[in-house]
Write a new protein. Sequence first.
Length: 180
Amino acid sequence: MTSLVETGYARGLLHAGLAAALAATLASCGGPGNERGGLRNPDARISSQVNVTAARLAGDWYIRAGWPGTPNLSGPLRLASGGETLTLTGTASDGPVRATLTPLGQGRFRAGNSPAFGDSPIWVLWMDADDRTAAIGTPDGRFGWIMDRSANGGADRITAAKEIMEWMGYDLSLSKETSQ
């Protein structure tokens, strides 16, 4: 007796099934960003840079690019080390912004004491080796921004940070360059 595999019937069903599965998978994939209205595609992988510490982040920063929902900060943003935590202070269009960032390890922090950030997890998605530029985001895509130690210059690092943000699912068409 001839088996179904030998007849090619089963092979045909298998190929048809694989083709249908591949077509459904490709149809469900969108371009960069989240077509459901968020800042990032929730299906995109996201990770934090594990060697980023509070000490590396401490100091003055300028927001160079931001996404909607991120507090509209102007001027310098200060991250001051306070023992186990960082205190974020800055000025937004609607007044001062302040948050306590508690390190969770591996480039991850939890915001607290802040109406602007709530209790969001804030991850450092990328930071250059010389601690000059950092891409900041949240797993849920609620916030996202790129900050630099300088108000201008460093175009290569800003581009690298944008590419990292895009790779982690942030929709670059929603980002806005800021002028300090």
